[in-house]
Design a protein around this ligand. Structure first.
Ligand SMILES: *[C@@H]1O[C@H](CO)[C@@H](O)[C@H](O)[C@H]1NC(C)=O
Ligand SMILES: *[C@@H]1O[C@H](CO)[C@@H](O)[C@H](O)[C@H]1NC(C)=O
Ligand SMILES: *[C@@H]1O[C@H](CO)[C@@H](O)[C@H](O)[C@H]1NC(C)=O
Ligand SMILES: *[C@@H]1O[C@H](CO)[C@@H](O)[C@H](O)[C@H]1NC(C)=O
Ligand SMILES: CC(=O)N[C@H]1CO[C@H](CO)[C@@H](O)[C@@H]1O
Length: 405
């Protein structure tokens, strides 16, 4: 993590420039100004009830930096896997953390190979735009974020000064298209608000949950992360306020060993999992783009025209949406480690710092590129590298023009 004082200074100026309609209160970093901001920050919890083909609610929980085998053998995570479906061939898309979080909602990491204070341009859409376009409510729950919409780089535990909340693990906040909207900022909340929303019956249909740097294993171990996760999820499994045809995904941003393939554990559970699949494994190839494709398939949403288009949809969902599952060519997979980013705008030393154009021609199982994406990008001349495939590029196998030096 490159959180130098210089970066924090950059934060203060860069954030206020980018946050167009949001007031500078959201960028406060001093303890006292954070307290003032917290008292006035807008929080909102829009709800909706748009029926999905396989689930009506999705909760995605991300833990940190653990190799597949280690995670699968953690007793608490192994226990949770017995309550649902274990994904045994599920991959991160690169290293380190932040580009994986960015990719999981935006369909690419745009060359990012660092955990810096990166601002993804306002003209880049995410799954949040697709959800809103269909009237599907969404929210994030970031443990120990000091208040809804906080845009700072990090927030320490005020008593122990330990790492606590970090921006790099908050996917929505990385995208200017979200932070320029006060309404969207108000839906990027902390875990206290999760329990308030649960009690009030105001949980959204799509939610992304990030535990703090202790709870998610980042500064601790998979033992702590597994215990936290079981403690959080197990009571919800029998909570009717939460389980309303709900699918839960528990996964990790990345593997810890950079020299081997970036395979991470995934567990699907919840009352949306058909009972005959409880306690089974799904060996199909998935990666973080499957988290977007599954949402698109479930609710019949259009696509972002990026790596989301070709990603495999989780089989329990695909069997209801008519999506076919693809097999990754074994020789090709053997060459992909997903341990290094290809070049692009957010590379630490970019050679070709250009935002690739979405591939506006792609159509997958009847899903076309979203009209809003199409109208933004139709006249743009930037190159595009996206194909309708699960075999996406990595730094060792970069897209044309975006080779890693
Ligand atoms: C969580 O966010 C709410 C809403 O902004 C804020 O009032 C509250 O103090 C925060 N809770 C914690 C524990 O930081
Ligand atoms: C993270 O959250 C847990 C509770 O989930 C809490 O016990 C712990 O103190 C928090 N970590 C920090 C650094 O505040
Ligand atoms: C990625 O994995 C390959 C194969 O093990 C290795 O040669 C390369 O050094 C790794 N890259 C990084 C950044 O760890
Ligand atoms: C989006 O913004 C980037 C950065 O300014 C620019 O390179 C790209 O051409 C823009 N795309 C569109 C469609 O305006
Ligand atoms: C150290 C370790 O266990 N790393 C895991 C990372 O993921 C690969 C699969 O691609 C596993 O084989 C490794 O065990």
């Amino acid at each position: 993590m490159l959180n130098s004082a210089a970066l924090l200074l950059a934060a203060a100026t860069a954030v206020s420039g980018a946050a167009i309609s949001a007031s500078v209160e959201y960028t406060a970093t001093q303890t006292a100004s954070i307290a003032v901001a917290a008292a006035t920050a807008k929080t909102s919890s829009p709800t909706s009830n748009v029926k999905g083909k396989a689930f009506d609610r999705l909760a995605i929980i991300w833990l940190e930096n653990t190799d597949f085998t280690l995670a699968a053998n953690d007793p608490n995570l192994a226990y949770l896997a017995t309550k649902g479906i274990k994904l045994t061939n599920n991959f991160g898309v690169t290293h380190p953390s932040e580009p994986n979080y960015a990719a999981a909602i935006g369909g690419d990491y745009f060359g990012m190979n660092n955990d810096n204070l990166n601002f993804i341009n306002n003209n880049i859409s995410t799954v949040i735009d697709l959800l809103e376009g269909a009237g599907i409510s969404w929210g994030e729950y970031q443990e120990d974020m000091p208040y809804s919409g906080f845009e700072g780089f990090s927030y320490l535990n005020q008593e122990t000064q330990a790492n606590d909340y970090v921006r790099k693990h908050n996917p929505a906040i990385l995208y200017d298209h979200n932070t320029k909207s006060l309404d969207r900022l108000s839906q990027i909340k902390n875990l206290t608000m999760f329990y308030e929303d649960l009690a009030a019956g105001t949980l959204p249909q799509w939610m992304f949950i990030t535990p703090n740097m202790t709870s998610d294993g980042h500064d601790t171990s998979v033992t702590v992360a597994g215990a936290w996760t079981r403690n959080f999820v197990e009571p919800l499994l029998t909570d009717e306020r939460f389980m309303q045809n709900t699918l839960v995904l528990i996964t990790f941003d990345e593997n810890a060993s950079y020299s081997i393939q970036n395979q991470v554990l995934g567990i699907l559970l919840g009352d949306a999992v058909p009972s005959e699949l409880v306690g089974t494994s799904d060996d199909n190839f998935y990666n973080h783009y499957s988290e977007i494709a599954t949402v698109q398939a479930n609710w019949g949403l259009p696509t972002l025209g990026r790596w989301d288009v070709g990603a495999n949809v989780y089989q329990m969902v695909a069997s209801k949406t008519g999506d076919s599952l693809r097999t990754y060519n074994a020789d090709n997979l053997a060459k992909h480690f997903y341990n290094l980013s290809y070049d692009g705008v957010f590379n630490s030393a970019p050679y070709f710092p250009v935002y690739p154009k979405p591939n506006l021609c792609l159509e997958h199982n009847g899903r076309e590129v979203a009209k809003s994406v199409y109208s933004t990008w139709a006249g743009n001349k930037n190159p595009s590298y996206y194909l309708d495939t699960i075999e996406v590029n990595d730094g060792l196998n970069p897209p044309y023009l975006y080779g890693f030096k």
